[in-house]
Design a protein around this ligand. Structure first.
Ligand code: SAH
Length: 248
């Protein structure tokens, strides 16, 4: 595992549902992380957690259980607390995207800081005292009328944002998949195809050369927008060649 991913810890405080512990283990392993720390979970270890962890049982096996929240974050330079709602005392608050960027920058090989993302209880979240021990808060902008996510879902969203930011900073994130199984059609291929198309349209009587209107302009615009590849143009030309002219 890459060193920067190792510097990101997921801390779950007083989790009551063992299934959520397993689900969180799976979510973080899916995103390339492995450091899960539990502060006084109600039940751990458990079959339910193992079942929900699926292929992330190794993360569960290495999960540390600690007695206090202070212990879980003691060695961290940056602690970010999650919150499902607005709190009484405002605190520096970031959105998940900015959270991902900040965590990626802190955990990078340049900064080498240990970071903790802290998640609260299923029923009551984090206490004010716990939140005030965080440098930053992050809120996932959910529906204000139903803002509280399932614990594992919140872990998944933030782990994903951190992963995206880390991939982005290491240049591993492609905007889109550029590999294609056939080369793109060249301007000349498309031109020949459009001539063939126009001739065929005229030969079937579909297009009257005396009143062509904007038909060919629209066809040109459409194929320009699609940017077909060479095999697609070859299929279309084959199709045009198979079209019989209208008998006079
Ligand atoms: N009733 C609690 C909800 C806790 S949800 C409350 O109002 O605080 C359990 C945990 O999931 C939260 O402590 C937090 O860690 C995470 N979580 C849920 N929804 C979230 C959201 N919209 N943004 C950030 N974290 C969220």
């Amino acid at each position: 595992m890459l060193e920067n991913f190792k510097r990101v810890r997921f801390v779950l405080v007083n989790t009551s549902q063992p299934g959520n512990i397993g689900g969180a283990a799976r979510a973080i392993k899916n995103m390339g992380f492995a450091d899960l720390v539990l502060v006084q979970p109600e039940i751990f270890p458990s079959d339910r957690a193992r079942w929900r962890a699926a292929g992330a049982k190794d993360v569960l096996q290495n999960t540390r259980v600690v007695d206090t929240y202070a212990e879980a974050i003691a060695d961290c330079e940056l602690v970010i607390g999650t919150s499902a709602r607005e709190r009484r005392i405002p605190w520096p608050l970031v959105n998940p995207r900015v959270c991902g960027e900040k965590v990626a920058a802190e955990a990078s090989d340049t900064s080498k800081h240990q970071v903790a993302l802290v998640f609260g209880r299923e029923d009551a979240g984090l206490t004010n005292d716990e939140l005030q021990r965080c440098h930053l808060h992050v809120h996932i902008p959910t529906n204000p009328d139903y803002s509280s996510l399932n614990l594992c879902a919140a872990v998944q969203v933030l782990a994903y944002e951190v992963r995206m930011a880390m991939l982005e900073s290491s240049g591993e994130l492609k905007d889109f998949e550029q590999e294609w199984d056939a080369p793109l059609a060249k301007s000349e291929d498309l031109e020949n195809f459009l001539v063939h198309l126009e001739e065929t349209m005229e030969s079937t009587g579909f297009l009257n050369p005396k009143t062509p209107r904007q038909t060919m302009t629209r066809m040109r615009r459409m194929f320009g927008r699609i940017r077909p590849d060479q095999s697609e143009v070859a299929i279309l030309r084959g199709l045009l060649s198979s079209v019989k002219p209208k008998s006079k």
